[in-house]
Design a protein around this ligand. Structure first.
Ligand SMILES: [Zn+2]
Length: 395
């Protein structure tokens, strides 16, 4: 496991522990039999220490001893099961939660919390119907149990039930008074896509507009709207994409191909070059704008200018395969290549190396392409281009 992934796991585990402890503290009252005695166990402090230093297996080992010494300590079981789930031992987590739920001495809140946790165990294990059932039971006991609601929302997303996910997320936002407009906007975009697939264009457009009225940073809603307008009104499509770039400049590259087509269809192809030039001047490390402009110049039969741009892009971002490939293509267009080099370029073009590395800023999940929802931590809009700068000492 890489360091960053380990840190992510540790933070998640610590969050689980803290949630467990906060929950335990909120129980307060006369719960001395459960709260204080296990904390004096040396295995308890050993377990916390192991957790703080990232030794999850050791933490589990120590806390399991506490659990055996103090079978009554509900939150030790909660925390332990969180840890089992984090290290992938979901079956063990399920076992503990089931044993907890079978007890007769739990309060309503404790039972609801255990049920919600069991739901998350099942969700992580991919047993979705059991997960749904556990969340439902938790919400029957405690209709405002945020843990269960959040799990239910993720479960709807996992099953692409966007309408239901939107409704639950709206409830959650209202209850905790949080600003979830961005997530709600992404869910609306998915609803729009679904309507589009069903041939309901008007409904789709309405959803994309709702998404943008919730939050202008919902980039895929701009892209989808522009696609809708591209043929009928390319100027309007271009306007939508310009708005998108103004709202989220770092995602501009995702609009390039449609924007290029829209400008061309509107009879103003030079506006694309102007846009790329502006983006390069705003961010000299923006190899995508340089690449876009270089491709544009090559298509306009100006490969010499394209090559100059590309060489500066290579200097700023030497790791980007797409830039190197474009250099070769430009050299080919300039008739600068011999038969062996031409064979090499053809081989590279045929190989499946068009990877565009992106990384999740929450869990460090790596993807070969841009994704709006991280397949690992299931958060929205967390993937960014994975940037590697020039080696230290260079400009
Ligand atoms: Zn992630």
């Amino acid at each position: 496991m890489s360091d960053t992934a380990l840190v992510a796991v540790l933070v998640a585990a610590a969050a689980g522990i803290l949630a467990g402890l906060a929950w335990a503290a909120s129980r307060g009252r006369d719960d001395d039999r459960r709260l204080s005695s296990f904390r004096s166990s040396p295995h308890y402090s050993e377990g916390l220490h192991a957790l703080a230093t990232g030794q999850l297996e050791l933490a589990i080992h120590e806390l399991d001893k506490v659990r055996r010494e103090h079978p009554d300590a509900v939150e030790v079981q909660q925390v332990l099961s969180h840890l089992y789930r984090e290290v992938g031992k979901t079956e063990r987590a399920i076992e503990i939660h089931r044993a907890l739920i079978a007890r007769h001495d739990l309060t309503r809140a404790e039972r609801a919390y255990a049920l919600a946790s069991l739901g998350t165990d099942f969700r992580k294990a991919g047993i979705l119907d059991r997960a749904a059932e556990a969340y439902r039971e938790a919400l029957v006991l405690e209709p405002k149990n945020l843990h269960a609601l959040a799990g239910q929302q993720k479960l709807h997303e996992d099953q692409r039930q966007w309408r239901e996910a939107f409704e639950v997320q709206t409830r959650i936002a209202r209850m905790r008074k949080s600003d979830d407009a961005l997530v709600l906007g992404f869910l609306q975009t998915e609803l729009g896509r679904e309507a589009l697939a069903a041939g309901r264009r008007d409904l789709a457009e309405e959803s994309f507009r709702t998404a943008l009225s919730l939050d202008r940073r919902v980039f895929p809603a701009h892209l989808a709207l522009a696609d809708l307008w591209l043929e009928r009104d390319p100027r309007r499509a271009a306007q939508v994409l310009e708005d998108a770039i103004a709202a989220v400049p770092e995602r501009a590259y995702l609009a390039f191909s449609t924007l290029q087509r829209a400008y061309a269809a509107a009879g103003e192809p030079s506006r694309f070059a102007a846009l790329c030039e502006r983006l390069v001047s705003q961010d000299p490390r923006d190899w995508r704008a340089r690449l876009g402009l270089a491709r544009h110049l090559r298509a306009e039969d100006r490969p010499g200018e394209a090559l100059g741009l590309l060489l500066r892009a290579v200097e700023a971002n030497p790791h980007v395969l797409l830039v190197h490939l474009e250099v070769w293509r430009t050299l080919r267009a300039m008739s600068s290549l011999g038969p062996e080099e031409l064979k090499y370029v053809a081989t590279v073009e045929d190989s499946a190396l068009y990877v565009d590395p992106h990384i999740c800023t929450v869990c460090r999940y790596r993807a070969d392409d841009m994704l709006w929802r991280c397949p690992h931590c299931h958060e929205w809009n967390t993937l960014v281009e994975e940037r590697v700068g020039p080696a230290a000492g260079t400009r």
